[in-house]
Design a binder for this molecule. Structure first.
Ligand SMILES: Cc1cc2nc3c(=O)[nH]c(=O)nc-3n(C[C@H](O)[C@H](O)[C@H](O)COP(=O)(O)OP(=O)(O)OC[C@H]3O[C@@H](n4cnc5c(N)ncnc54)[C@H](O)[C@@H]3O)c2cc1C
Length: 386
């Protein structure tokens, strides 16, 4: 039987392991952490019984029916719709910016067409006459200065630690602006939460007789190279594989300030705090991510973003021009490596939602299996890295 080593037991590693095991390969999955599910890990708070998303809130949403069927094979999903609020200047508004937000913010009672015209009259095209060249220009062209200042400017500066004029316009193109009262954060057809949490879901994916799981086991690149593995799949940071020898790919990390409370703290799962004088970006109250449960207590977490140092958990890849250039150099070297493939959010240095992570992992496994059948060298994956 062929032995494959997969480094990382998040969704990427788990889904690839399962597919390879089902195809008859023997797989060892090693993770430095004492639990599976990577950053999607959930665990019960011993004090309150609340199911906590330990590395930040995770909501499963997708348009990919194949991925939705896949996760439903391993867990029962409960209905969940992500509705986010924002506290701005001492008032609470609905997000994403929608007809309700516009009417609340300007103290109006506009219908959709009226609101569209009202916002359009406030928008500002870039003074240089071209397309919006950065986040701020894009925001001003989409929503005008009032909504930009209130909901986007300081939130974005806190999230990314830089002036929004230094960020690409493409970040804002992805944020929805609606002229209806639909405040469902996501457009996707399928949305829900695994009833027993993400860790139980990933543990079920890994539960296969041909998968050996080693938790609490950091794997160094030297160990992975030296082992008698037939092939290695690395879902850790791409630059870590090369000992960061060209420099570190930049990430933002999060500090979590966690406290418990009796009863309901804020009345919703996520409250954003875009104001500049509030040092955190958002507050998550985890009992609301499992609305079918009725715990007496509550776990509340404030999120403070900052630049990630070498010992911090990397959360959001920065991917500005400098990082893109460095990524291109690492990706070129990765393609020249034999016996290893790079996958997942860290292995390809991208922000990936869970559904995209799973789709790419399924495709990666398929390409590895077909390469082995045809006797070719396995692909390096690195989908979309550059
Ligand atoms: C704050 C935040 C919120 C998010 N919210 C959502 C959401 O609401 N919905 C959504 O769809 N997606 C969300 N995501 C994205 C989601 O977290 C990712 O899609 C998912 O974690 C990717 O899985 P992965 O396996 O690629 O990476 P990870 O989950 O990071 O797993 C990688 C694993 O590799 C292990 N590892 C790394 N290096 C080594 C090593 N050398 N040796 C051993 N083990 C190693 C790590 O310990 C880790 O467990 C969010 C992401 C963040 C940062």
């Amino acid at each position: 039987m062929q032995q494959i080593l997969i480094v990382g037991a998040g969704f990427s590693g788990a889904v690839i392991a399962r597919e390879l095991a089902e195809a008859g390969l023997a797989v060892t999955v090693a993770d430095a952490r004492p639990h599976v599910a990577g950053n999607c890990h959930t665990e019960r708070c011993p004090e309150t019984g609340v199911l906590v998303h330990v590395y930040g809130p995770h909501i499963f949403h997708t348009d990919d029916a194949g991925v939705w069927d896949y996760v439903n094979r391993f867990a029962r999903f409960m209905p969940y719709v992500n509705r986010v609020k924002a506290t701005v200047g001492g008032r609470v508004y609905a997000l994403p910016v929608n007809l309700h937000t516009i009417n609340q913010f300007f103290g109006l009672a506009l219908r959709p067409d009226e609101a569209r015209a009202f916002v359009a009259a406030r928008t500002q095209a870039p003074a240089h006459g071209g397309d919006p060249a950065n986040f701020e220009e894009q925001a001003l062209a989409m929503v005008g200065p009032d909504l930009y200042q209130a909901f986007f400017r300081s939130y974005t500066a806190k999230q990314w630690g830089c002036d929004p004029r230094d960020l690409p316009a493409s970040i804002l193109k992805r944020l929805p602006l609606r002229f209806s009262y639909d405040d469902n954060y996501f457009f996707h057809r399928f949305q829900g939460m695994p009833e027993a949490g993400y860790t139980a879901l990933v543990a079920a994916i890994l539960d296969h007789p041909r998968i050996r799981l080693e938790l609490g086991r950091p794997v160094t690149p030297a160990e992975a190279r030296a082992g008698a593995w037939d092939h290695v799949i690395w879902t850790g940071p791409l630059d870590a594989w090369f000992g960061h020898d060209l420099g570190r790919l930049g990430y933002r990390t999060l500090d979590f300030e966690r406290f418990t409370h009796t009863g309901d703290w804020q009345g919703c799962a996520v409250m954003n705090h875009p104001d500049a004088d509030v040092p955190y970006t958002r507050v998550a109250e985890h009992r609301h991510f499992a609305p079918w449960e009725t715990p007496a207590g509550s776990v509340v977490v404030r999120e403070y973003p900052r630049a990630a140092g070498p010992d911090d958990i990397p959360y959001y890849p920065i991917r500005l021009a400098g990082e893109q250039a460095l990524l291109a150099r690492y990706a070129e070297r990765a393609r020249a490596e034999a016996g290893v493939s790079f996958a997942g959010r860290l292995g390809t240095y991208r922000y990936l939602d869970m559904d995209v992570t799973i789709r790419e992992a399924l495709e990666a496994a398929r390409s590895l299996i077909s390469a082995r059948k045809t006797g070719q060298a396995p692909a390096v994956f690195l989908a979309g890295a550059v």
